[in-house]
Design a protein around this ligand. Sequence first.
Ligand SMILES: [Zn+2]
Length: 372
Amino acid sequence: MKQSTEKKSIEKRNIAKCKILDFMLNQGSTTKADIAKQLNLSMPTVLSNIGELTEKGLVMEVGEMESTGGRKARRISLKEDYYYAVGVDITAHHIGMVLVNFGGKIIQQQRVRFDFQTDIAYCRQLAAQIQEFYKDIAAEEKILGIGISLPGIINEKERVLVKSHALQLENYSLKMIEQLFSLPVYFENDANAAMLAENPRQLGDVVYLSLNNTLGGAVCIDGRLFSGQNCKAGEFGHMILLPGGKQCYCGKEGCADAYCAASVLSDNGKRSLDTFMQMLGTDADADRQWEEYLENLAMLISNVRMIFDTDIILGGDVGGYLEKYMMELAEKVMKYNQFDKDVSYLKNCSYQKEASAVGVAKHFFQLYVNQI
Ligand SMILES: [Zn+2]
């Protein structure tokens, strides 16, 4: 009887600890009082858990709150160098690599030209590149895992890339790559991965529009990625925007991808997106093209908002540039959507570069916290 009561009390403490760590992971720096309030925990529970976590070296004090009179509350956060994770974003011609610390900060990043191949030699070289990237930066025992994001539909459970237009593949086993690492490996679709970079646990219900060279998306419900029946949820790129419109690579006409992907602005890679953005304001053709792009994006945003009625994060390559143009975009969105009185549901992405790599890395921190 006594044993079972003790067991229950330990379980209860672990649930509270898990909740606190989850909150701190998604929140950044905070105070003990805020944790108690937000998580509906008693102050003694928060104090004993934070004490334990501080002793373990997982949590540290990082300063004081601005005082509103009375004693200043101490700010606490997770100890950033307690753990690390590696994130890798594989595309047809490049790999982007990041090392992310427990606080969600990018410690090091590198993007290299690396043409995708299906053979074992590619997998070996890929593994060597990744190991070379992190070997001098962090002790391997501090690295929780290696996340790999890919442009395509992924069955994570089976470790299969079901279909990727960008890599021109179907039913490609990812086990070959996984076996080359001694650390745990996690695979995720690139748009889902970018969503994971945004701390979806904190956001609850949210949609991510990934405006890359192909247009992807991700859906989070109640803080969790929603994959759908066939891991295809959030394929906003192939919603018809203009019937009988421009040819899409998928074979249909008028898909959103043909109007809102970054490749529309980069003229299918003939110039960089950065070059295009720099032309704005000095080149009338580019200005016209941008105006048209924003108009089409506004239509897509309005459609997505009608379906989900949630915040929409604007990410991907174009998303990284949009902050400056939010007023213009908002005006256009409002034209298509009479249901909302403003566009405060539109959010800019947190990581302008390498969001997918960051997201697959951050997955390991969430996993650690969930399992504590
Ligand atoms: Zn399409």
